[in-house]
Design a binder for this molecule. Structure first.
Ligand SMILES: *Cc1c(COP(=O)(O)O)cnc(C)c1O
Length: 379
């Protein structure tokens, strides 16, 4: 059997140490060894997010969407005002969740393929809403939004939630320095652990805002104060998925050992080489402004005449999964994942070997190798 290869924008191939950690024997969620493991995860998450000492870090027992929902559930009360930046699927998901928690939502739109406009966000912040929310890297379109600038603009007046799912652990993320109050990701994206836990970070300011609520948090499972009882005070709250903690811990440690700057370089360099190999075949960047391109998700328009579904089906028969567009971009774009373990030259070598045959494009591999040789990234 051909080995499956995930080049999707999540999930990503599992990091080897994380895969091995899944075989550790079961321990109870109240075992002292598990509390030690949790404490290391909390310390390492603080490093990954660039969070301050007073920030609360933890894993929510669910996927990235639970991390997203936990933020709105804790930081919004019915009637609160929120500004949500929406330029794709995940920004819209944020707006929908905020509405379900009873907030009054102002959307700042940008067309898919464009970043949200900082000046428009600044203008919306003039009314001092409770919260502003932005997706740092919009996976559905391959766009990076100006999250640090938005956080700085809101600082001191409005709390800031940043979806760091496609950035934290792979790209620079400076929660404290930028003034971010809540950030989350999913274990299966940039860290390449199995799906099922959402690493979160909550600033001291945000914890203060939760304590000052007039109404209880309606999502009991992820009430930050309940999560703190378990993670900080070692009291029972709910049974955590210990095996997933082991795996996440191993993947996170490996990411920090590699170094976050080295990981960012790896994804940026590989992104450029992959694009350079494909553009001469008639692919073109979906995100027109180079400044707005997200390094961890390369979104490319397909060449005229190339049929999306049959080609991706042929690749899947050869074990390789890549992702097409969503909604309006379905059938028109490909989204190539460059998060975590997906961002390895050998994986793209394998894709290009198959694509060269399927498309009759022999020089594809040569272009890729030539570009990689020029930037000292060969494995
Ligand atoms: C994948 C993703 C999510 C949701 O994560 P799930 O693990 O699928 O629940 C949220 N935001 C962004 C930007 C994502 O890429």
């Amino acid at each position: 059997m051909t080995e499956p290869l995930l080049l999707t924008p999540g999930p990503t191939p599992i990091q080897p140490d994380a895969q091995a950690a899944l075989h550790k024997p079961m321990l109870g969620h109240m075992d002292p060894q598990v509390f030690e493991l949790n404490a290391r995860i909390q310390r390492n998450l603080r490093r990954m997010y660039g969070a301050a000492e007073g920030a609360f870090t933890a894993l929510a027992a669910g996927t990235g969407s639970l991390g997203m929902e936990a933020g709105f559930a804790n930081l919004l009360e019915p009637g609160d005002e929120i500004v949500v930046c929406t330029n794709g699927e995940f920004g819209e998901r944020m707006a929908e969740m905020s509405e379900r928690y009873g907030a009054r939502v102002t959307r700042i739109y940008a067309e898919p393929g464009r970043a949200v406009d900082l000046e428009e966000v600044r203008a919306a912040l003039a009314s001092e809403p409770k919260l502003v929310a932005v997706v740092h890297g919009e996976t559905s379109t391959g766009v990076i939004n100006p999250a640090p600038e938005i956080a700085r603009a809101a600082f001191g007046r409005t709390l800031v939630t940043v979806d760091a799912v496609t950035t934290a652990g792979m790209m620079e993320f400076c929660m404290d320095e930028w003034g971010v109050d809540y950030a989350y990701t999913g274990s299966q994206k940039c860290l390449s652990a199995p799906p099922g836990v959402a690493p979160i970070a909550v600033s001291a300011r945000a914890l203060e805002a939760v304590r000052a609520r007039k109404t209880p948090v309606s999502l009991w499972y992820c009430d930050f104060e309940g999560m703190q009882a378990y993670w900080d005070r070692r009291q029972y709250h709910h049974t955590v998925p210990v095996q997933l903690h082991y795996a996440l811990d191993a993947a996170l440690q490996a990411a920090l050992d590699e170094g976050l700057e080295a990981r960012a370089r790896r994804t940026i360099t590989l992104n450029a080489a992959v694009a350079e190999a494909l553009l001469p075949l008639g692919f073109s960047h979906f995100v027109e402004n180079p400044r707005d391109r997200l390094p961890t998700v390369l979104a490319l328009r397909l060449p005229a005449g190339l049929e999306d579904a049959p080609l991706r089906a042929a690749l899947r028969e050869r074990g390789i999964s890549i992702t097409g567009g969503l909604g309006a971009t379905a059938g028109k774009i490909w989204r190539l994942g460059l998060m975590g373990e997906a961002a390895r030259p050998e994986h793209y070598r394998r894709l290009f070997r198959e694509l060269a045959v399927l498309l009759g494009a022999r020089d594809l591999e040569e272009r890729f190798e030539a570009r990689l040789a020029g930037c000292a990234l060969s494995h």
